[in-house]
Design a protein around this ligand. Sequence first.
Ligand code: SF4
Length: 227
Amino acid sequence: MQIIEIYKSLQGESSYTGLPCVFVRTAGCNLRCVWCDSEYTFKGGQRMSRNEVEREVWKLSPDGGLVEITGGEPLLQEGEVVPLMENLLVKGYTVLIETSGERLLNKVPEPVVKIVDVKCPHSGEGGTFRLENLQYLTTRDELKFVLASRKDYEFARDFIREHDLSARVASAILSPAFRKDAAGARDVSHCLLDPRDLAEWMLADGLHARLGLQIHKFIWEPSRKGV
Ligand code: SF4
């Protein structure tokens, strides 16, 4: 499979935030979100066998723990990524996959925690979420909405309510988009949507959802890779 990087850091998003995690970042994405912070994954990387990937994961975390398969879009390499996830589960890892919602989830092993984006209007990729994916989600999984505006928030709020996400998944996460050119200061001035506005809107609407900040961008320099 084509791999950009494998590294260990703290999980920066989802309800696993703050926990040590090995990240397997695959190459290639078929979407082009305007605020994407992973454009370096679109090309390049190195060819690695499943065994080589598993060995790297084991070296970084020999005693089990969290492994996230991310990208790019990992399900573009489904034929290799699915057996990789199956092997990691057998070895006792808790496996997460972060995916755009545009790829069908039917082949993802059921015990894998799926963290699935629903692209909002200002991403430039609105409408790409495949509604049939809702049937493959369990109460272990999470749906994530990255927001750049009030319009994005209203889209997410209405989607959460229309599809009764609070009953369907572990968390619906609303996360302010980060500026692509964010550098230097590690604070909310880089968010395209002020988290305080988002918090107030959620509370005013009584929305059953989780506000998520990408904590790695507050711990390390925002444009730093491999964290
Ligand atoms: S789906 Fe993810 S990797 Fe692909 S363009 Fe959007 S944010 Fe970037």
